[in-house]
Design a protein around this ligand. Structure first.
Ligand code: PEP
Ligand code: MN
Length: 449
């Protein structure tokens, strides 16, 4: 990234305040907000620039087809569920999926959680009305409480500090799980074998057997190297609440460049990607690898403008487009975007969020998605990129490591009535542990060529 003198960088980091920032909380107390952000500004970074730089290189490889990104985690993390068991289950699910995908892709899989900061949500309405009572909408644990009472729903700046503290604790657990023997490839493989014992998954037998043979072959050869025992694991979240992101942004003394140290990778959501908006301006000024969600109404010119503003130096791995078109639209909506962006000559890593374009309301009233629709969008994503000669670089999923019932379908068929059993998400429906692994098997088949 280019380096600029620190005073200019610092001034630039404040520019977003003069622009329209959508989806921001209305904080009731400016002094309390200042206290919170001052505290964050003097707190330790959650990630360091060198890690973000490494991830940029990894994402550049994904953009070239030399790696594949797996990004997954909750729609919205919650403070209440940031315990070691839940975190471990999520990390384990991602590691299990990664083994399956690595085999399918025959390239490294870059592992990234929607974790340790995914605490803020854009909402379609500022308010929510229940039984004639109207309160501010829930905007994520970083902003307010989910419980429907006036006291919980008022945005509380101390929650920014809590989000930071809990993210730090989460990251600590993530680092411990992925550095120690827990992430050992052979152990992850054993978990996958446990999954395969369920006859529901017999259709994945061939892939599972091939992976098993590959691992036994390595063992027989005595292969034993660090890469088998530990994994690189990155964290990411939507950079939505700009007060939080700004307070955690630091100028790197090595280079003079600014890094948002709240996560390795941060993205701009579909609702806040206006080219003249505060989010695009702010993230244009940090050196992290960043993403932008692109929905089905994105004009090719909008995508090109984002490329020019967010990656003016054409740095590989700097910009990832996360497309979320919907299964019914991806085959028509994606090609013009990919063609226009490719024509700029600027490298972009394309990944598919096959979740957000496929949200429906079930007959029983739950916000849900059909497993089949999610898979079909991924299939469409591969078809489009292969037809255009561009690279399908990764997969973005809302998932959990637990046994929830939020997404319809899968081989252990969750039907409409089944949603009620363990529907736990506060915002969007997540693939459960089994559905996530099944997704990995299906995508692994698409990756084989
Ligand atoms: C999300 O990732 O949870 C989200 C809100 O996505 P999008 O910005 O694509 O709607
Ligand atoms: Mn979501």
């Amino acid at each position: 990234m280019p380096t600029t003198a620190a005073p200019d960088v610092l001034e630039g980091l404040e520019h977003f305040r003069r622009l329209v920032a959508l989806q921001q909380p209305t904080w009731p107390d400016a002094a309390a907000l200042a206290d919170a952000t001052t505290h964050l500004a003097s707190s330790s970074p959650l990630v360091v620039p060198a890690e973000a730089d490494l991830l940029r290189d990894r994402l550049a490889a994904a953009g070239r087809g030399e790696a594949f990104l797996l990004q997954g985690g909750d729609c919205a993390e919650t403070f209440a569920e940031a315990n070691a068991d839940r975190i471990r289950n999520k990390v384990r699910t991602i590691l299990q999926m990664a083994v399956i995908l690595t085999h399918g892709a025959s390239t490294p899989v870059v592992k990234m959680g929607r974790m340790a900061g995914q605490y803020a949500k854009p909402r379609s309405s500022d308010t929510e009305t229940r039984d004639g009572v109207t309160l501010p909408a829930y905007r994520g644990d970083m902003v307010n409480g989910h419980e429907f009472t006036p006291a919980h729903r008022v945005p509380d700046p101390q929650r920014l500090v809590q989000a930071y503290d809990i993210s730090a604790a989460t990251l600590n657990v993530v680092r411990a799980f992925t550095r120690g023997g827990y992430a050992d490839l052979r152990r992850v493989h054993e978990w996958n074998q446990g999954f395969m014992q369920n006859p529901a998954y017999a259709r994945y037998e061939r892939t599972a057997t091939e992976i098993d043979r590959a691992i036994r072959f390595m063992d027989a050869c005595g292969a034993d190297f660090d890469a088998l025992r530990t994994v690189e694991f990155f964290v990411s979240h939507e950079a939505l609440v700009l007060e939080y992101e700004r307070a955690l942004t630091r100028v790197d003394s090595r280079t003079g460049a600014a890094y948002d140290t709240s996560g390795h990778f941060v993205w701009i959501g579909e609702r806040t990607r206006q080219i003249d908006g505060a989010h695009v301006d702010f993230l244009s000024r940090v050196a992290n690898p960043i993403g932008v969600k692109l929905g089905p109404t994105t004009a090719p010119a909008d995508a090109v403008a984002l490329v020019e503003k967010l990656n003016p130096d054409a740095v590989p791995g700097r910009l990832t487009f996360i497309t979320r078109m919907g299964a019914g639209r991806i085959r028509e909506a994606l090609p013009p975007l990919v063609e226009a962006v490719t024509a700029t000559g600027v490298p972009v890593t394309w990944i598919t969020d096959a979740m957000h374009g496929n949200t429906i309301t079930s007959t029983s009233g739950y916000k849900t998605r059909r497993f089949e629709d999610v898979l079909d969008e991924v299939r469409g994503f591969f078809e489009v990129h292969r037809a255009l000669g561009t690279v399908p670089g990764g997969l973005h999923c809302e998932l959990t490591g637990d046994d929830v019932t939020e997404v319809l379908g899968g081989s252990e068929e969750i039907d409409d009535a089944g949603l009620a059993l363990r529907y736990e998400t506060l915002v969007d429906p997540r693939l459960n542990h089994q559905q996530s692994l099944e997704m990995a098997f299906q995508v692994a088949e698409m990756l084989r060529r």
